[in-house]
Design a protein around this ligand. Sequence first.
Ligand code: 2E6
Ligand code: F3S
Length: 318
Amino acid sequence: MSDTTKRVLLAKPRGYCAGVDRAVVTVEKALETYGPPVYVRKEIVHNKHVVETLRERGAIFVDQTDEVPEGALVVFSAHGVSPQVHKEAEDRNLRTIDATCPLVTKVHMEARRFAKEDYDILLIGHEGHEEVEGTAGEAPDHVQLVDTAEDAARVEVRDPSKVIWLSQTTLSVDETMERVDQLKSRFPMLSDPPSDDICYATSNRQYAVKTMAPQCELVIVVGSQNSSNSKRLVEVALQAGAKASYLVDFAHQIDPAWLEGVSTVGVTSGASVPDNLVMDVLAFLAERDYLDVEEVTTANEKIAFALPRELRKDLKTG
Ligand code: 2E6
Ligand code: F3S
């Protein structure tokens, strides 16, 4: 194949969303303002490189609140925590900064509101994911998790006229609608959430990949294995017609064999991925003669979130 046929399509939007940027800056500013160590409950966002970089600067990542010394400072991750976790932190006298993405908090508030109105809540999401644990923890007596098609076929409700579905923010848009259709065929009076729970960043990144993938023999998604939204991008690429798609944390994980006979490579990244990792992938491809890079833009994102209040007050006075 002649080199002139080799090109890269680069999806836009890709990479950091407003909630991730806010969460990462929160830990950076907490380290600057209070000095290390700053404890962080769970990975602040699901990205290996981000977590490793913050660890080197003095962040200590723990799995549970009881690993944080009494009275110390802990940041809650972007994925959100249940009221039980807030209580555990209070019981240990911890100083807390909540970096939960405001769009996750919005789903928590919906769960609280509909539980108060005594609805059965069907929460579509991935079992074991931190976000789902936090949201379900708002109303454990009213929420049932629907992950698989089997779950949707089996779930039972008390009153089919008083049931609502909510969702994790980072699901596949298409798969979620399939799950909702399946639930509506069983519960025709199932109510929709007051607004979309799948966030703007998730749907924009999926739409960009969907647009680009039919032209690509290979789509490389930069992101970590535990990143739900990043993994969804691989699935969307394959469903949209890419012949192959892989998730990599770093450029060096790209197997040169994937590029054999490939003229168009699509590149994108999950919402928790810093763009320097994508630039490394472009450099890796350029070394193999993929020099022509064309951005495929399907949306321009301008959204930004203010830092957590607990931190802002000290930034002003400090
Ligand atoms: C918080 C909520 C949603 O695994 P997932 O995609 O949820 O998480 P990250 O950290 O990869 O992406 C950002 C995010 C944070 N999404
Ligand atoms: Fe928030 Fe969506 Fe990002 S829920 S953290 S804006 S992926």
